[in-house]
Design a protein around this ligand. Structure first.
Ligand SMILES: Cc1cc2nc3c(=O)[nH]c(=O)nc-3n(C[C@H](O)[C@H](O)[C@H](O)COP(=O)(O)OP(=O)(O)OC[C@H]3O[C@@H](n4cnc5c(N)ncnc54)[C@H](O)[C@@H]3O)c2cc1C
Length: 101
């Protein structure tokens, strides 16, 4: 996400990755679905980080828990919201997330 954001501002970006391919960790995740974000209101979202929440408040004011929706929907990837607000790709397959990134 940092590399994508830096490049979107016109910067030349080199992404160096130790694994055999970039984003390998996304498809290796336990349930294979990739929980992209959560739709709860920002104050509730920040509370989930407990004491670290306040430190993250400033970063989350610039990139909110709703912003991943925009990135994926711009690429026409359908998302679904499950119980407790968790957001997944409608394919239930983390590979579709990696393809977009
Ligand atoms: C089993 C599991 C499931 C998860 N599921 C989800 C989920 O569904 N949704 C979610 O939001 N979060 C999930 N997480 C948490 C998520 O993976 C982390 O919060 C996130 O990956 C942290 O991102 P990062 O960029 O800080 O670190 P990382 O994703 O760890 O990225 C660091 C990268 O740097 C590379 N690297 C390290 N050292 C070097 C080096 N010396 N040279 C070159 N490259 C190097 C690593 O290979 C790695 O790719 C999950 C975590 C685990 C363990």
């Amino acid at each position: 996400m940092a590399a994508i954001t830096a490049a979107s501002y016109g910067n030349k970006v080199i992404l160096i990755e130790r694994n055999s391919s970039a984003g390998k960790k996304i498809i290796d995740n336990r349930n294979g679905r990739c929980n992209l974000t959560n739709t709860v209101p920002m104050n509730e979202f920040i509370k989930k980080f407990q004491r670290k929440g306040n430190f993250l408040r400033s970063a989350f004011s610039r990139f909110t828990n709703k912003d991943p929706h925009g990135i994926f929907e711009f690429q026409r990837t359908k998302l679904k919201v499950e119980d407790t607000g968790r957001v997944f790709p409608q394919t239930d397959d983390s590979k579709s997330v990696l393809e977009i990134l």
